[in-house]
Design a protein around this ligand. Structure first.
Ligand code: MF3
Ligand code: CO
Length: 248
């Protein structure tokens, strides 16, 4: 069941989203060679609590941290810990919070120090995929329009979108209907309406789209070991067009 949000609710989600944008921007700026992924997680949880919000991912389905940190061939759901980031790493940060009953969810991929040209292209393409997906999130459009532009842009750049994990509706729960795939056909799927709030989150692999889950039962990695990037924003469809709630 899709729960459309009133204008009042979208305003409240804007507050959650603004806090998340602030924290994720701050954590992103901390990424540099020598820092551990656990340091990033601790800082993220602290900043979220300082803003009067609560981490959304901590203990969600048993997930043990506030932040997901996925490095290089890790696609999503990397568990932060003692790992030391090094020059050239491709670092995806995924963070969620809840504030006054409303969730916000956002992800960014950061180049740690100097990355290879192919990695820079992967990161830029994935960011472009998210931006194109957001531009397609308009009243009168269809859900498949979003997936179609995301997939098309990735594939035109010789990359592939992950199929097994998707974006989602978001509001009083982290994951609401509908699912928002990063693939699809234009003119298919549900009608996009004012008040629909969704997390659009392209996961783009430099090589094959195939992924698998590590023995920690969380970390999703590419099957071929090539690198992956992930960007996500929580957005609202409004009469004035798509509104990014998690702006950094
Ligand atoms: N951003 C992820 C999502 O949209 C959340 C990570 S799942 C968690 O599903 F378990 F790590 F919280
Ligand atoms: Co999400």
């Amino acid at each position: 069941m899709i729960r459309l949000k009133s204008r009042d609710e979208v305003e409240k989600m804007r507050l959650s989203g603004a806090k998340l944008g602030t924290v994720l921007g701050y954590i992103g700026d901390m990424v540099e060679p020598g820092i551990t992924t656990g340091d990033l997680n601790r800082a993220a949880e602290l900043r979220i609590r300082e803003l009067g919000a609560a981490p959304a991912f901590l203990h969600y389905m048993g997930y043990p941290a506030a932040l997901c940190v996925s490095v290089n061939e890790e696609v999503i759901h990397g568990i932060p810990g003692r790992r030391v980031l090094k020059d050239g790493d491709v670092v995806s940060l995924d963070l969620g919070l809840i504030y006054e009953g409303y969730y916000a969810d956002s992800a960014v991929t950061i180049a740690c120090g100097d990355v290879a040209p192919d990695d820079a292209h992967l990161i830029d393409t994935t960011r472009d995929c998210l931006e194109a997906g957001i531009r397609a999130a308009v009243q009168g459009g269809r859900l498949g329009d979003i997936g179609s532009v995301v997939q098309g842009l990735a594939e035109r750049n010789g990359m592939n979108v992950v199929r097994e994990y998707v974006g989602h509706g978001i509001g009083r729960e982290l994951h609401e209907d509908p699912e928002v795939p990063n693939y699809g056909k234009p003119g298919t799927g549900i009608n996009l309406k004012e008040g629909l709030v969704i997390a659009i989150e392209p996961m783009v692999n430099a090589g094959s789209p195939v992924v698998r889950v590590l023995d920690d039962s969380w970390t999703v990695v590419t099957a071929d070991g090539r690198h992956s990037a992930h960007f996500e924003h929580t957005i609202a469809i409004t009469a004035r067009g798509p509104l990014v709630l998690t702006q950094r």
